[in-house]
Ligand binder design. Structure first.
Ligand code: HEM
Ligand code: HEM
Length: 223
């Protein structure tokens, strides 16, 4: 299923798109968005950008596998914490303004995403890092870890698009112009987010560089 192309160009494009998406969401939140909720910034930065960088770290970084594993684990941990803070901020905003919690499809999928992400992180930590499962268990579950991690990531990116749509719809029903600067900025931020996620998945599903192959071979044969 893996295309016979190297991941490197995809990882470079991913980094570039991450920077663009981050700048756009910061401009929206701190220059335009009157509600001043930090929820979109935390979710986009944590659960999409940092998590995307964590996922592609095995393909984008030039280090040996053990070092990349610690970076992958740590970035995924930071993303999880930022995601929890971002969701707590949304609940706080709702409670302070007397708005009901968990009424939307976006919020239901959002809870699913954060729960699955927490389980994925705990499983990865316990089985691949500390205390570490048996070699057989790791070999059998690693493809599932990679596949399910990528699936939950796609779900998170789709849920972000729902979040942008929902927020912009609220804003447009309270007077923000349908084709105005803010509306275009929000829609293009959502598109950049989705394209970033596509490049993360392309990076994961394409080949490591030949140096990384060498590293992998050395480490696996040393086990
Ligand atoms: C993977 C990323 C995201 C997750 C997991 C997520 C999760 C959630 C959750 C659980 C809530 C419910 C809070 C409550 O009921 O009090 C919520 C609310 C909300 N989120 Fe997100 N969110 C994400 C990204 C975004 C983004 C990028 C936006 C862009 C604007 C956004 C906009 C909103 C809005 C407007 C609400 C309030 C309305 C509602 O409850 O549906 N979200 N989000
Ligand atoms: C929610 C958190 C996590 C997500 C979403 C996630 C996702 C992924 C994905 C998508 C891959 C495939 C990367 C590729 O093939 O290029 C992967 C590989 C891997 N992950 Fe995770 N991961 C998470 C947490 C962890 C943790 C905590 C560990 C503990 C050390 C871990 C260890 C590994 C290992 C060993 C690989 C295999 C790399 C290889 O040999 O190519 N992951 N992960």
């Amino acid at each position: 299923m893996m295309p016979a192309v190297k991941a490197f160009p995809f990882t470079v494009i991913s980094h570039g798109l991450a920077v663009v998406a981050l700048i756009m969401v910061l401009i929206w939140t701190f220059h335009f968005n009157l509600s001043n909720s930090v929820h979109p910034v935390f979710m986009l930065f944590g659960l999409i950008i940092i998590r995307g960088e964590a996922i592609i770290s095995y393909k984008s970084l030039p280090f040996i596998k053990e070092v990349k594993m610690v970076i992958h684990l740590a970035l995924n941990g930071v993303a999880l914490v930022l995601g929890i803070v971002g969701i707590s901020a949304a609940f706080k905003d709702h409670n302070e303004s007397g708005i009901a919690n968990l009424y939307s499809l976006h919020s239901w999928i959002g809870i699913g995403v954060i729960v699955l992400y927490g389980i994925q992180w705990l499983y990865g930590f316990v089985s691949f890092f500390y205390p570490g499962g048996s070699a057989d268990l790791r070999r059998a579950t690693l493809p599932w870890h990679a596949l399910l991690g990528a699936c939950v990531y796609v779900l998170a990116a789709a849920n972000s698009a729902l979040g942008f749509l929902e927020k912009l719809t609220f804003l447009q029903s309270s007077g923000v112009a349908k084709y105005g600067t803010e509306a275009l900025l929000v829609n293009f931020t959502a598109i950049t987010t989705v394209v970033f996620a596509v490049f993360v998945i392309l990076s994961v599903t394409s080949q490591p560089s030949s140096d990384q192959h060498h590293d992998d071979y050395r480490i696996h044969s040393a086990k």
